[in-house]
Design a binder for this molecule. Structure first.
Ligand SMILES: *Cc1c(COP(=O)(O)O)cnc(C)c1O
Length: 354
């Protein structure tokens, strides 16, 4: 046995590291990144703004200005408090840190893999409740499972990744009402979705809402936010590392997130493209495209693995799922701007010989 094998917490040896596929020279349609970067008409002003950031100083520990910017961008009511994370992934981890040793974290399956991964990192138990065949919540089964297992935390991605749909609103309300868990509504795709639970925070003391700027054009900045009551956020904030949002992220986000109009417009473009791509892909009898309230589409196909590889050969990277996954015959495609979506459509056409 090597030193590290002897030394390491035994369960860590069995964890598979989060896999990020090679994407060099490929059109990236695998990770829900936005195609829209810093607008060219703002580039100079942006650089001047960033230039003022003092990298020799620690950042503002409270990120005061950035929180105000986010409140404006996302219409966060004044009565709620905000906790920032280095991506919402860090906030998922922070929530796990708040749990006791034997606590259970629950979510739905299939959903965002990070809930289970973070549970493992924090040495907590995890259990996923199976979604039904339309990827919706089976309320009776879910309530029963939650009552039996008594989780400490329940993560609900709304809309859900990787399925793209938004679960039934009233079913979620029922879960919040009947559970003693802290329920985390993960609204990473809020910009592409019809509804939000933000306004419900004042109705339920066990509800917090998680958001990120990753899916609205700023994945590289690594910035997520947890929104909750003042009391809840004050307690959770004790677990945050003091300077977790760095100087360059604070400056960049402060500048770029002011441009609400453009951010909203970009989301509208992607929502329109989502509809177009949904219709175009649905024309292939070999494909079953699922309704989406996100900036991606989940597609079922025979030989998903072969289509996935063929797309890579054509320079396009979409998300495939491992052969032992329940989604092994699915691919997930990020929605991009028209020219990139057309490239995808062409490649799919070529694959099916049309
Ligand atoms: C992408 C995604 C996240 C991760 O967001 P980061 O802020 O980039 O860490 C969180 N939750 C869901 C459901 C996601 O799809």
């Amino acid at each position: 046995m090597t030193f590290i094998e002897k030394w390491l917490r035994s369960d860590i040896k069995n964890i598979n590291a989060y896999h990020v596929p090679e994407s060099k020279n490929l059109l990236k349609l695998d990770a829900m990144e936005s195609p829209f970067g810093v607008p060219s008409d703002l580039k100079e002003e942006f650089l001047e703004y960033i230039d003022k950031a003092e990298v020799n100083r620690y950042p503002d520990a409270a990120s005061t200005q950035l929180k105000d910017t986010l409140r404006d961008l996302m219409d966060i009511p004044e009565e709620y408090k905000v906790l920032l994370g280095n991506g919402s992934d860090e906030l998922i981890q922070l929530l796990a840190l708040a749990c006791n040793e034997d606590d259970l974290i629950m979510s739905f399956e299939p959903s965002f893999v990070m809930y289970e991964m973070v549970s493992k990192y924090a040495h907590l138990r995890y259990q996923g409740i199976q979604l039904d065949s339309n990827f919706d919540i089976n309320l009776r089964k879910s309530i029963e499972a939650i009552k039996n297992k008594n989780p400490k935390l329940i993560f609900i991605a709304y809309p859900n990744n990787p399925t793209g749909n938004a679960f039934d609103y009233d079913a979620i309300i029922e879960i919040i009402k009947t559970s003693d868990a802290l329920v985390v509504l993960d609204e990473a795709y809020y910009a592409y979705s019809d509804r939000s639970f933000l306004s419900e925070i004042s109705n339920f003391s066990n509800l917090v809402v998680l958001r990120t700027i990753s899916k609205i054009g700023f994945a590289g900045l690594r910035l997520g936010l947890l929104i909750g009551s003042e009391e809840t956020i004050n307690q959770l904030n004790k677990l945050r590392l003091p300077y977790n949002i760095n100087v360059l992220t604070q400056a960049s986000a402060n500048f770029l997130l002011q441009d609400k109009e453009r951010i909203v417009k970009n989301a509208e473009v992607l929502i329109e493209e989502r509809q177009r791509l949904f219709e175009e892909l649905s024309l292939f009898t070999q494909l079953k495209v699922f309704p989406s309230q996100t900036n991606f589409l989940l597609v079922r196909c025979e030989n998903a693995d072969s289509l996935h590889s063929a797309l890579i050969t054509n320079g396009i990277l979409v998300k495939g799922f491992s052969p032992d996954s329940a989604l092994s015959n699915f691919i997930r495609i990020s929605i991009s701007e028209p020219i990139e979506n057309n490239a995808l459509l062409e490649a799919v056409k070529e694959y099916y010989g049309e």
